[in-house]
Design a protein around this ligand. Structure first.
Ligand SMILES: [Zn+2]
Length: 247
C-alpha cells in the first residue's frame, strides 16, 4: 500500500539535500540555489497536472474518494518552523510522520513532545543527517542508535538522508527491526522555489497512496508552511484524504 517503503533506484531517490548542508541544529543554513539534486530528466519542476486545470468542471467528491495521501516532514524539530507546521496540521486535523534529526531531538525535547502530543509520529532521520551509504555499518548503527536514544526508544521507521540507501544500508536498518521509508512526491521545498510552485508540484505528482516529502527544518521553511495550508485544502478539494504511516 505504501510505495515509499520500498527502496527505489538510486537515481530516483536523490533529493532532500536541504539539511545536509545545514548544521542540524542551526536552522538558517540553506543550500545555495544551484545545489539542486540534479535529477536529470526528472528535474522538470512543473510537470503538467494529472487532473484538469482549475476551472474545469469536476464532480464534487467527498474527502478520501480519490485516495489517501501521507504527509512527512524531515529535518526537524526546528524551534521556528516546526510549531508553524504543527499549527497548520492541527487546524486541518491532519497527522503526519516527522523524520527527525537526532541532534535536533536532543536540542529541542519540548518540540518532540509537542509533535507526539498532537498525534503525529516520529521517525529516525539519523543523528547528524549523515549520508548512510558513505558510512561503515557500525557507523550507521551508531547514527541510528544515538537518535533512537534521544527519542526514548527505537523508532519504527528510518528515512536515510538524501534517500541514500543501498542493499547494505537497507540490511543494517532492517536487522534492527526498522523500516526504510522513502517518498514518491517531492516538491523540493528545501530549495525554496516559491509557495505556488511547491503547491503545484505536489498536485502534479500526487496519487493514491502518495508519500509526500516536505521539510520542517534545515532552513527557512516559510514557503513550506504557506504551501502546506494550500496543499491540504486543494488535495481535500480533489477528493483526497490524509493517512498516517504506520511508523
Ligand atoms: Zn533530510
Amino acid at each position: 500500500m505504501v510505495a515509499g517503503l520500498l527502496p527505489r533506484l538510486a537515481s530516483d531517490v536523490v533529493g532532500d539535500p536541504a539539511a545536509a548542508k545545514a548544521a542540524p541544529v542551526a536552522a538558517e543554513v540553506d543550500p545555495s540555489p544551484d545545489r539542486g539534486p540534479g535529477r536529470g530528466a526528472d528535474a522538470s519542476p512543473d510537470a503538467p497536472p494529472e487532473t484538469p486545470p482549475a476551472g474545469s468542471p469536476a464532480p464534487p467528491e467527498r474527502p478520501g474518494k480519490r485516495g489517501t495521501v501521507y504527509l512527512t516532514f524531515d529535518d526537524g524539530p526546528d524551534p521556528r518552523w516546526t510549531p508553524q507546521v504543527l499549527d497548520v496540521l492541527r487546524r486541518h486535523g491532519v497527522h503526519a510522520v516527522f523524520f527527525e534529526v537526532g541532534q535536533n531531538v536532543a536540542a529541542y525535547p519540548d518540540l518532540v513532545a509537542r509533535v507526539r502530543a498532537e498525534g503525529h509520529l516520529i521517525g529516525n532521520h539519523t543523528w547528524s543527517h549523515a549520508k548512510l551509504t558513505d558510512l561503515r555499518s557500525r557507523a550507521i548503527r551508531d547514527q541510528l542508535d544515538r537518535t533512537d536514544a534521544a527519542l526514548g526508544g527505537r523508532a519504527r521507521c528510518v528515512r536515510p538522508p538524501y534517500g541514500a540507501t543501498d542493499p547494505r544500508v537497507a540490511d543494517v536498518i532492517g536487522a534492527r527491526g526498522q523500516r526504510t521509508v522513502l517518498w514518491d512526491v517531492d516538491p523540493e521545498d528545501w530549495a525554496k522555489p516559491g509557495t505556488d510552485r511547491i503547491v503545484r508540484r505536489v498536485l502534479a505528482q500526487v496519487h493514491d497512496g502518495a508519500l509526500v516529502l516536505m521539510h520542517d527544518g534545515g532552513g527557512d521553511r516559510s514557503q513550506t508552511v504557506a504551501a502546506l495550508e494550500q496543499v491540504i485544502t486543494r488535495l481535500q478539494e480533489r477528493g483526497y484524504g490524509f493517512g498516517l504511516l504506520d511508523c
